[in-house]
Design a protein around this ligand. Structure first.
Ligand code: FAD
Length: 459
């Protein structure tokens, strides 16, 4: 029987085990998870009389992996989409609608874009010069920020593209890879002299999958985790929580996975852990892979939940939330009107906000303890939303080094890391194909496929 160990029980590790169990039969698959629960960054907490997400609250459908996984797990009828998607940007002490005529923050239709309140007239004119520019040339890769600033100017980059594209990664567009984090721009640049025109035709050609852009599940994303755990248990996958992998050594079957309680023998291993943890695991047999893995940087966001009595707002907040660009120098980087987005969270006459803080180059929120952070955010909610009272319930979840940063030429880095690993050791997780849940599921599928395509053999 083929023995495989998956290290890490987040969605990537669970998906890896799922695809392995489909591909290898008979197999003895073991998942080792350091915490006392599975799901990793997917986590809900009881908050008042509802259960609320403190990590991701939805996933995109453009990459179909998560929707397909939901169908395999017979969860399709549990899928729910956000009740609202209209969002605002806070700039110069007021709220602005995200300008019309933009794709992923970049102006694509200037007839609709002109006249928006977020970007100054000079900034709008500067952006429109993109229509007259020579075709963009990108030598392999660059940063999103450098590309965007050259094409549409500093203001559009700072006030629109950084909060949108950088925000997804809790990063900075001045460090993130264009190829990895805004492939739409690159594709538009390849097909058109003007990137804006290319983006406009991309949207015209975009054929809807029939799904809304985002989904969660009726009782939250934990439904996906719970269904995977249940199915894997039925398939006799050994689910071992509260056990921390320390290192992988050559062993009798191929590898020995040494943990803080016992050692597991395996012919194949999938590491579905953050890159800096994986570095330590593979170091005994590949110091070069370990060194490359250690170069992947991480952002450390903090998610704060604040519940307010409805009466605290002079007017109920509108839409799904607000993005807060860096120049505001606020603690909050994004504010989700959680009870607008997910109406089933609305109970007890309370309005619930999910507030993100902490991004690359801006970790001031980590200097505060929970009490001070809540007080600081409450003061900001007064300024930004005009909230007149203090919150009635709070929860702070700190996500230390949870969101990998994709620097230019990231896919080449991943290729080099894989080259440095011996047969039988594969990688899954947010650092490889993307941070979103669908990309994590795809990374599990890829790892299982690579492992089963003749790569299971002793080192
Ligand atoms: C605040 C926040 C909001 C987000 N919002 C969204 C969103 O709305 N939509 C979206 O698609 N994505 C979102 N993401 C990203 C997404 O949640 C993650 O990229 C994804 O869940 C990562 O899954 P993973 O399995 O790769 O890693 P993780 O979830 O980090 O799982 C890794 C697991 O490995 C375990 N582990 C670590 N070390 C060891 C060890 N030595 N031995 C054994 N186990 C170990 C950990 O305990 C953990 O359970 C968000 C992330 C954060 C932090």
């Amino acid at each position: 029987m083929t023995q495989v160990v998956v290290i890490g029980g987040g969605v990537s590790g669970l998906a890896s085990a799922y695809f392995l169990s489909e591909k290898i039969n008979p197999a003895e698959i073991t998942i080792i998870e350091a915490e006392d629960r599975f799901g990793g960054t997917i986590r809900g907490v009881d908050f008042g009389s509802r259960r609320v997400e403190t990590g991701p609250d939805s996933f995109i459908t453009r990459n179909p992996s998560a929707v397909e996984m939901a169908s395999k797990l017979k969860l399709s009828d549990r899928l729910v989409s956000p009740a609202t998607s209209s969002a605002f940007i806070y700039s110069r002490s007021r709220l602005h609608r995200i300008p019309a005529g933009t794709v992923f923050g970049a102006p694509s239709d200037f007839k609709k874009f002109f006249g928006n309140s977020l970007i100054s007239r000079a900034g709008q004119l500067r952006a429109s010069l993109e229509l007259l520019m020579r075709k963009a040339t990108v030598e392999g890769d660059t940063t999103v920020g450098s590309f965007a600033q050259k094409r549409w100017g500093k203001e559009v980059t700072e006030r629109l593209i950084d909060p949108l594209v950088g925000g997804i990664h809790a990063g900075s567009v001045h460090q993130l890879s264009l190829a990895q984090c805004a492939p739409q721009y690159l594709k538009a640049a390849e097909s058109n002299r003007s990137v804006s025109i290319g983006l406009k035709s991309q949207t015209a050609n975009y054929t809807s999958s029939g799904h809304p852009a985002f989904y969660s599940f009726a009782s939250g994303l934990s439904e996906l985790v719970n269904a995977l755990v249940e199915l894997l248990t039925k398939r006799n996958v050994k689910m071992i929580a509260d056990t921390k992998a320390i290192e992988i050594l050559p062993g009798a079957a191929g590898y020995s996975v040494v943990t803080d309680s016992r050692t597991f023998e395996a012919e194949g291993v999938i590491c579905a852990t953050p890159a800096y943890i994986t570095a330590g695991l593979v170091k005994p047999f590949s110091s070069s892979a370990a060194a490359l893995l250690s170069t992947v940087e991480y952002a450390s966001p903090i998610m704060t939940l604040l519940a307010y009595e409805d009466e605290a707002f002079s007017e109920p907040p509108e839409g799904s939330g607000i993005l807060v660009p860096r120049p505001n120098k606020t603690l909050a980087t994004a504010i989700t009107f959680a009870t607008n987005k997910w109406p089933t969270w609305k109970t007890d006459g309370e309005t619930l906000l999910r507030i993100s803080t902490g991004r690359v180059g801006d970790n001031k929120a980590w200097e505060f303890d929970d009490e001070l952070l809540v007080a600081g955010l409450e003061a900001e909610m007064k300024d930004v939303l005009g909230v007149r009272a203090r919150s009635v319930r709070q929860n702070v979840t700190r996500w230390d080094r949870r969101i990998p940063q994709f620097k230019p030429f990231h896919s080449q880095l991943v290729h080099r890391i894989r080259e440095e690993l011996p047969p039988g050791v594969e990688l899954a997780g947010a650092p490889f194909l993307g941070v979103g849940i669908p990309a994590c599921i795809s990374s599990g599928s890829l790892a299982a496929e690579r492992l089963t395509k003749g790569r299971i053999k002793p080192c």
